[in-house]
Design a protein around this ligand. Structure first.
Ligand code: NAD
Length: 324
C-alpha cells in the first residue's frame, strides 16, 4: 500500500479518487484550498485521511504536504475555460506555478507525479479520435495552462528522472459535480435544469460533440497509473472514444428523466472546441484500462444519486457549460 497526496482532493474528481484509494487500503493526504472543493465531499472518509488546507501556489505548503508520500495525484486547478478567459493570470498562477511547486515537492520527497491534464490541450484538431501524438493547439488560457503543466512534467522526467505521467481527462461527469457553479460540466448543469423542468441551454448549434467519461472510470485510470510504478513523462488520454452530440445528450436525458424539454439556443462561446473524442487505445495498452460505464448507465446513476437534492432547491441561473 502506498502513501498518496491528492491535491484538489476535496473537489469533484478528487473526492471520488480519495474514497477509492482509502477503500483499497492506501494512506491519503489531501491538499486543498476549498475554492471550489468542499469538506462534505470527503465526509465518508474524513476520519481515515489527513486534510491539509493550503494553496498549491505556496511552495512551502506543497513541500510539507508531499513529505513522506510515494505518489502525488495533482488535481488542484482552476478548472474552467470561462474563468481562464476572465482571469488568465490566476489560471496560470494556480495551474502552471502550482504544478511547478508539485513537481519540486515530489522531487524532494522522491514521489511519482500524476498530473490531471485535459482534452482541452488538443484544441481545434479535427481528425478524430484524438491521439496523444498530436501537437497541442490550446484555444484558451486554461488549455494553455494544462499544456504547460504537461511540458513541465515531461521536462522534470527528462532533466531529473522524476516519474511523471499526464492524464488527459475528457469530459468527466458523475455525482458531486457542482451544477450551481456557472463553470461546471455540461451534464451536471443539464440534469439540474431538466429535473426542475427548465430547458437546457445550448451554446451554438448543439451539433458540437464531447467524449463523456464517468468519474469512476477516471478514478480507476488514476489509481492504475499510480500503482503501476515509474512513468516516463508522457501523456495518456482518459476517454471512452465515443463522440456524443450535445443534442443527442439532451435526447438521452429526456428519456431517462421522462421529460420532453426542447433546448434553448445561445451564441457559441469563445475558447471552446467544436468536436471532441479521444482514443483510449494507448491507455488500454499501457494500463489495461477499459471504460466500464456506458453513457446511458452513467447518466442513470447520476440522476438516481442526485435527483432528490436538486429538486429540493428552486435556485435558477443561466446555465454555462464549458470544455474542461
Ligand atoms: P473541482 O473544481 O471540483 O476540483 C478542483 C479542486 O482543486 C477543488 O477541490 C479546489 O478547491 C481545488 N483547488 C483549486 N485551486 C486550488 C489551489 N490554488 N490550491 C489548492 N487547491 C485548489 O474540479 P474537477 O472537475 O474535480 O477537476 C479536477 C482536475 O481534473 C482539474 O485539474 C481539472 O483541470 C481536471 N479536469 C477535469 C475535467 C472535468 O471534466 N471535470 C476534464 C479535464 C480535466
Amino acid at each position: 500500500m502506498a502513501h498518496w497526496l491528492v491535491t484538489g482532493g476535496a473537489g469533484f474528481i478528487g473526492s471520488h479518487l480519495v474514497e477509492a484509494l482509502v477503500a483499497r487500503g492506501h494512506t491519503v493526504r489531501v491538499l486543498d484550498n476549498f475554492s471550489t472543493g468542499r469538506l462534505e465531499n470527503l465526509a465518508a472518509v474524513l476520519d481515515r485521511i489527513e486534510v491539509v488546507t493550503g494553496d498549491v501556489r505556496d511552495p512551502c505548503v506543497v513541500r510539507e504536504a508531499a513529505r513522506g508520500t510515494d505518489v502525488v495525484a495533482h488535481l488542484a486547478a482552476v478548472v474552467s475555460v470561462q474563468a481562464s478567459l476572465e482571469d488568465p493570470r490566476t489560471t496560470m498562477a494556480v495551474n502552471v506555478e502550482g504544478t511547478l511547486n508539485v513537481l519540486e515537492a515530489a522531487r524532494t520527497a522522491g514521489a511519482r507525479v500524476l498530473f490531471a491534464s485535459s482534452a482541452a490541450v488538443y484544441g481545434d484538431h479535427t481528425v478524430l479520435p484524438l491521439e496523444e501524438d498530436l501537437s497541442p493547439r490550446p484555444l484558451s488560457p486554461y488549455a494553455a495552462s494544462k499544456a504547460a503543466g504537461e511540458a513541465l512534467c515531461r521536462a522534470y522526467h527528462a532533466a531529473f528522472g522524476l516519474s511523471t505521467l499526464s492524464l488527459r481527462f475528457f469530459n468527466v461527469y458523475g455525482p458531486r459535480q457542482d451544477p450551481r457553479s456557472p463553470y461546471s460540466g455540461v451534464i451536471s448543469i443539464f440534469v439540474d435544469r431538466m429535473q426542475r423542468g427548465l430547458p437546457p441551454v445550448v451554446y451554438g448549434d448543439g451539433l458540437q460533440t464531447r467524449d463523456f467519461v464517468y468519474v469512476a472510470d477516471v478514478v480507476e485510470a488514476v489509481i492504475r497509473a499510480g500503482e503501476r510504478g515509474r512513468s516516463d513523462g508522457l501523456a495518456l488520454n482518459v476517454a471512452r472514444g465515443e463522440e456524443i452530440r450535445i443534442l443527442d445528450l439532451i435526447a438521452l436525458l429526456n428519456g431517462i428523466l421522462s421529460t420532453g424539454l426542447e433546448p434553448v439556443f445561445a451564441p457559441p462561446r469563445a475558447g471552446e472546441v467544436y468536436r471532441s473524442a479521444g482514443s483510449p487505445r494507448r491507455l488500454e495498452s499501457v494500463l489495461g484500462w477499459r471504460p466500464q460505464v456506458e453513457l446511458k448507465e452513467g447518466l442513470t446513476r447520476l440522476v438516481r444519486e442526485t435527483g432528490f437534492r436538486f429538486r429540493a432547491d428552486a435556485f435558477d441561473f443561466w446555465a454555462v457549460w464549458g470544455y474542461n
